[in-house]
Design a protein around this ligand. Structure first.
Ligand code: MEV
Length: 311
């Protein structure tokens, strides 16, 4: 066991462009990292046997990692530290982030990747960081596919197949996407359980929808490569309907997608676990009318610009 933590660590947030939920069943999904979404710093406490603390004011988190804690975030942090053979007392961890918590943008994966990097150091093997993060993610929901941890650790755009492959997808040019938070919190575990229930009750209906979502991943990559934003938007709109068929949309998410398209978006879908969280839209160019339509409703939409990555 190491008694020290590294002083700084960073991790990405994430957006799932295509294939959330379906990825749990072994079909491909496509996700992009939101760079430097979380920065953690660690400093030693005077008493090296004092419980570790984790403070992230932006997420209103102020935790003591005592062995009997029932707080899921504290338990997840302890799980990651245990996996990494790191210290579990004697350190104060502080976080700064622009990522909203529990909004489907990968806050828990960013935290578990960040904690793993504090314990393992900046040169840690990516696979070990990802496995440590997944150990923590299991506290939040029992059956994570691993896509959130992979993209939080790697960044960029990745095509992921659970238990089989992680393929970085080169991005030929910048890609602007709009994110609109619904401000409705949700539980990933509950959302994953809803899909499981529908799958088990109507396998002959649910399985084809899952396969279609997986198939939409390569169509999405083709649309991005061809810079065909109309096609990208349309595929997203189809995916949103399929996700509704799997029982993970909600009236607010359907409404936000409708508002986005009425304000000029080329298409929109929920991103992440659904139920609440965020939608993702392909914005018109210029994006202002889309952003203004949501601001007029008192919402806080924002644009992300995915940076080109080499082939
Ligand atoms: C959650 O960000 C993504 C889901 O597909 C769950 C998972 O992949 O573990 C809904």
């Amino acid at each position: 066991m190491s008694l020290s933590l590294h002083p700084k660590a960073r991790a990405c947030g994430k957006i799932i462009l295509m294939g959330e939920h379906a990825v749990v069943y072994g079909v491909p999904a496509l996700a992009a990292g939101l760079p430097d979404a979380l920065e953690l710093t660690a400093r030693p406490l005077e008493d090296r046997f004092a419980p570790m603390t984790v403070r992230i004011p932006d997420w209103e988190l102020d935790l003591r990692l005592t062995p009997d804690t029932e707080h899921p975030v504290a338990r997840a942090c302890l799980e990651v530290l245990g996996f990494c053979d790191g210290p579990i007392t004697g350190w104060a961890i502080e976080g700064a982030t622009k990522l909203p918590a529990r909004a489907g943008l990968g806050s828990s994966a960013a935290l578990t990747v960040g904690i793993a990097r504090l314990a393992l150091g900046p040169d840690a093997d990516l696979e070990t960081v990802v496995h440590a993060s997944i150990a923590g993610e299991r506290i939040f929901h029992g059956e994570p596919s691993g896509i959130d941890s992979e993209v939080a650790a790697r960044g960029g755009l990745i095509r992921y197949v659970r238990g089989a492959s992680v393929e970085p997808i080169p991005l030929p040019r910048p890609l602007a996407l709009a994110i609109i938070p619904s401000r409705v919190p949700r539980s990933t575990a509950d959302q994953v359980a809803k899909v499981r229930a529908r799958h088990d009750r109507f396998p002959k209906l649910a399985r084809p929808m899952i396969d279609l979502l997986g198939g939409a991943v390569d169509a999405t990559i083709e649309a991005i490569n061809a810079n065909d934003l109309d096609a990208l938007g349309e595929i997203m709109t189809i995916a949103h309907a399929l996700l509704g068929g799997l029982d993970v949309s909600s009236p607010i998410l359907d409404e936000l997608c409708y508002v986005a398209r009425a304000a000029g978006a080329k298409g929109a879908k929920l991103t992440g676990a659904g139920g609440g969280g965020c939608i993702l839209a392909v914005p018109p160019d210029p994006a202002a009318p889309l952003l203004e339509a949501f601001e007029a409703r008192g919402m806080v939409p924002f644009l992300v610009h995915l940076e080109p990555t080499p082939a």
